[in-house]
Design a binder for this molecule. Sequence first.
Ligand SMILES: [Zn+2]
Length: 230
Amino acid sequence: MVVRISPNYFSWWAANQRYDIEREPPAFLFLGNQLWLDFLNTRIKQSGEWVDLLGGFADLMRWLEEAGALDGAHAREALRRWPDLREREALCEQARSFRETLRAAAGSVTRGEAASGEAVEAINGVLRHHRRRLELTRDGDKLIRRYVGEVTEPLHLLAPVAESAARALSGEDLALTRKCENPACVLHFHDTTKNHARRWCSMETCGNRSKAAAHYKRVHGGPGERGEQA
Ligand SMILES: [Zn+2]
């Protein structure tokens, strides 16, 4: 039996070998309650240094899939459709740049200001490429939302993120968009708690750190804030 391997396979392998062999895939954080905020949270700060969890195209595909913005079949189709490494890197750069525009918009919102015209234009620019639709599907005994539809242009991939930002920025509960109160933490979330008192990205990390710092201050009377994110 002759096994034919398409030339695209080698491009795919070249693009994914670093991902498969040299490092563990990063664990993404889904604590933002909104897709656009979870997208912002793919760039985090650890010990004062920025860390990008979207290291490459494969990471972006995996994030979209884990976030429910792309189903597995379309993720595989996208990997086949864009085997060219330069094209993949160009898309990643577009995604990262869009992410920083959204970060600026989130910054405006958390300061009580309106998002800039530049942010609105960037979101509209991606929405113009929206060719995909929401569908309900079963996951075990619960129903989940998935975006379905053909992905024929790279920007189709980011359209669900742009849609989430558009809904949030025009929504009535926009004021519940928050940045974690740890000054060293850059994570954002939409506060869905009943009394709107969520202050931290996570109680296990920043919340506990703050409690420990307050306790240290009470006991020792000095500054206890170390200003690092776990
Ligand atoms: Zn935090």
